[in-house]
Design a protein around this ligand. Structure first.
Ligand code: HAM
Length: 449
């Protein structure tokens, strides 16, 4: 409580105390761009995460965790100092030990660090296939599908350079979206390697420096031309989209090895029936990529909407750059919130696999005790049962069972307890029958078949 002037009456002081109590009890809202996931929405999360886990595990990927907080230098060196993510969006600060730290804005650098730090190049099973599901932080301008705390499913493969790896990694993401019944298209490009890209970038800069073209560029792109010319190709500003029409395309400037690799990736994708579109302007916003880059886009992309459900590519130089041995690597990340938004928009119904089909109702203290033991037995035997033991009133319990949409309610009362029976009520017809308690499992199996 604050210091009070001495001349106030006891009543005035009491009133002020009350005001302060109310003020301090006032709700403190969540921060901008942060979201709560309520149980209703969480059903979508379960759908997406369960599907993702079952698919990636099937292909042999293993789950891994990395810290939320890492050394800031990790992102500066890998994601890239000049990228929007690091230069504008990262939650970075100096902690009380004077360490420069950052909340992870993406998972790939942390996964690479973990690969190097734990000497995974010597793990018995190679290539090393890791997946990660977790939250990331970017201080972006919030809008639908773009938040400051969001979640990704990441899939990374370390130690494999062949084109079949690119195709398989892409296929897994594609299959996941397809099995979630989302119409997604893979957009793909190759951005070459450190041998062929510099030559291309020179040509690109020459093109953009021509007066009539340069004149049209947005102010950001004028800066990008000096620092990161490739990014001019994926600027969304209308003027820059128009300006890039005559720009040289990197696929025409790939070295022989990069070209061969890319052609093979596309051939594998054709054979695997993955629907893709070549996008010569796709360069991705992070510094570490080489060769294949791709994005999973929802098909009905509206102007200005966040339509990339995910993206990824090869990063063959990053492991070495972060202190490891030369190790080819690649991967992708899918945005969980964006996928869920898309599922909702597409009105894809949720199949609730966990929904209970039996409700246990009880009447009277002794019956309640028996019902609780019975409920535990049902759980052990694998039945999907629900209860509301805090309620004593039978009508209230039946209303609750109705809301849950169960098929059967099993009722135990004083009489049933004495007779060694149980009542089974069919919730749809309202019909109730008495059964010998010993035969209850047999009867349940018959009715729930
Ligand atoms: P990214 O393109 O920055 O790639 O992000 C991948 C996906 O995360 C996006 O397509 C989007 O679905 C989701 N996402 C990104 N930012 C937000 C946001 N602010 N709100 C909601 N969703 C968002 C990477 O992060 C790379 N590390 C991917 C990768 C893995 N490359 C190789 N391996």
């Amino acid at each position: 409580m604050g210091r009070r002037p001495k001349n106030k009456t006891a009543k005035q002081n009491a009133l002020e105390d009350k005001r302060e109590r109310i003020a301090s009890a006032r709700m403190i809202p969540r921060l901008r761009g942060m979201r709560d996931i309520l149980p209703e929405e969480y059903r979508y999360w379960e759908l997406v995460l369960n599907k993702a886990e079952s698919i990636v595990k099937y292909y042999g990927w293993l789950r891994t965790e990395i810290p939320v907080l890492e050394n800031l230098a990790l992102y500066e060196r890998s994601t890239g100092k000049q990228t929007d993510i690091v230069s504008k969006e990262m939650y970075a600060f100096i902690d009380k030990d004077n360490d420069r730290v950052a909340l992870r804005p993406e998972a790939t650098p942390g996964l690479v660090r973990s690969y190097v730090e734990h000497g995974m190049f010597s793990f018995p099973v190679q290539p090393v296939k890791l997946y990660f599901i977790g939250n990331l932080f970017r201080r972006e301008k919030p809008q639908a599908g773009r938040y400051r705390q969001f979640n990704q499913i990441n899939l990374e493969m370390f130690g494999e350079a062949s084109a079949i790896a690119d195709a398989q990694v892409i296929l897994i993401g594609y299959n996941l979206l397809k099995e979630l019944r989302l119409e997604a298209q893979v957009q793909i490009n190759s951005i070459g390697c450190s041998l062929c890209r510099p030559e291309y970038v020179k040509k690109l800069v020459e093109y953009y420096k021509q007066r009539p073209v340069h004149h049209k560029l947005c102010p950001d792109c004028k800066k990008r031309l000096l620092k990161n010319p490739l990014r001019l190709l994926d600027c969304k500003e209308e003027a820059c989209v128009n300006a890039r029409a005559g720009a040289p395309q990197i696929v025409d400037h790939l070295c022989e090895e990069c070209r061969e690799h890319f052609v093979k990736v596309l051939e594998y994708l054709d054979e695997l029936n993955v629907v893709y579109a070549l996008n010569p302007h796709l360069v991705r916003g992070l510094d570490y990529y080489n060769r294949t880059v791709f994005e999973f886009c929802s098909e009905d992309s509206e102007q200005g909407r966040q339509n990339a459900l995910g993206g990824g590519g090869r990063y063959d130089g990053l492991v070495e750059y972060l202190g490891g041995r030369p190790t080819p690597a690649l991967g992708w990340a899918l945005g969980v919130e964006r996928i869920i938004l898309k599922i909702k928009e597409s009105n894809i119904p949720l199949v609730d696999t966990c929904q209970s089909n039996i409700f246990i109702a009880q009447l009277g203290e002794a019956a309640k005790r028996k019902a609780m033991i019975f409920f535990e037995e049902l759980r052990k035997r694998g039945y999907k049962a629900a209860q509301n033991f805090v309620k004593d009133n039978l009508k209230a319990q039946l209303e609750y069972a109705n809301k849950l949409g169960v098929k059967l309610t099993l009722i135990l009362g004083q009489k049933e307890l004495m007779d060694g029976t149980i009542l089974i009520r069919d919730m749809e017809s309202g019909m109730q029958e008495v059964f010998d308690f010993k035969k209850v499992y047999e009867e349940l199996d018959k009715r729930l078949k």
